[in-house]
Write a protein that binds this ligand. Structure first.
Ligand code: HEC
Length: 130
């Protein structure tokens, strides 16, 4: 990662969150800085997100923790990435296996999860569809 333009502005809330999560979860196996995992979604993941996760994670009646509702995600994110990944892969209560994303890799799921658990991005193009 070399381009740092806009880094501080864009990632400040994420860094604050990541710091909290590190305290809560003790993520021991991060390859990079925690903020890297919560980066805004690229075009491919945005498309997957809108097609799958959004269906429940922006619909309160589904019982799913709502996207960018940091408080709702906090207790879940206090779990390890391994456990969260297992819940996403195998399904968990109302959460269907793979979040109904058959093509998602473990990395994709983790990225989507961190995206939803972080505050809403400033970039309107990645905002959730209402
Ligand atoms: C059919 C509805 C549905 C879809 C689609 C869905 N989820 Fe969920 N998800 C849920 C519900 C409901 C829960 C809460 C389960 C519970 O704790 O009762 C949940 C919980 C989760 C959790 C927290 C698990 C935990 O251990 O607390 C993660 C992470 C998650 N979803 C990620 C995703 C991702 C990523 C996608 C898209 C690839 C996705 N979900 C798509 C319904 C859905």
């Amino acid at each position: 990662m070399s381009g740092r333009t806009g880094f501080s502005v864009r990632f400040l809330p994420v860094l604050a969150l990541a710091g909290t999560l590190t305290l809560l979860g003790g993520c021991g196996d991060n390859a990079g800085p925690p903020a890297a995992k919560a980066a805004p979604l690229d075009a491919r993941l945005t498309e997957i997100y809108s097609r799958t996760c959004v269906g429940c994670h922006t619909t309160p009646d589904s019982g799913a923790p709502q996207s960018h509702n940091v408080a709702a995600w906090a207790p879940r994110m206090a779990q390890s990435d391994e456990l969260l990944l297992a819940h996403m892969a195998d399904g968990f209560a109302g959460m269907p296996p793979l979040g109904q994303c058959a093509e998602c890799s473990a990395e994709d799921l983790i990225a989507l999860m961190h995206f939803m658990a972080a505050p809403a991005p400033a970039d309107p193009s990645t905002k959730d569809a209402e």
